[in-house]
Design a protein around this ligand. Sequence first.
Ligand code: DC
Length: 218
Amino acid sequence: MIIAIDGPAASGKSTTARLVAKKLNITYLDTGAMYRALTLQLLKSNVDFDNLDKVSTILGNLTIDMYDHKGTNIIKLNNEDITEQIRSSNVTKNVSEVSALLIVRKSMVVMQREIGYKSDCVVEGRDIGTIVFPNADFKFFMIADIKMRANRRLNEMNQSGTLKTFDEIVLDLEIRDDKDTNRENSPLRKAVDAVEIDTSELTIDEQVNKIINHIKNN
Ligand code: DC
């Protein structure tokens, strides 16, 4: 069974997807973390994103492992724990550019399908219901008011000690939404058969229950 959850940044996808997977006791796949891991590796290796030969070599040598540890989705890149590094502002600033590259998308989609075909999964991202798993058993598209999304990000950042103002976060989100929605390859889109969930006024528990109830009743 594949449950696809798409939506813009900070719409509540990640936490909800992880908890839905936990409740159903199936795998959780955070595809954004995969694009972030590649972006981190390109930045560390000083590779220019236009240098497709080098991007391709790095892609070919990428080994990403993900697993849950006490409620945190741990991400390892070539055996190094990069869970925190992939959330840095530098990775966040560059990830949309990297994820817009066709060679990157092609290769990520292959990896994501391999994981999805092996086990039941909740797969979270931008193009899961449209491109990666168009035949997913269930598709959800999460949206939320930009101010709510910025507030959530601000709270997360306060916890991790990152200093940004509310207005800066709104601008960051708008820029990333714009890039993710208007790129040529696999733009962020709601699949025609996806159930839309507006999380602006919902708690995490309510978001999770909406999805679980929909799955149970359909
Ligand atoms: O979900 P996230 O914010 O961690 O995702 C980081 C970036 O990765 C996002 O700005 C766009 C890209 N992404 C993508 O293009 N396709 C996906 N399936 C998931 C993420």
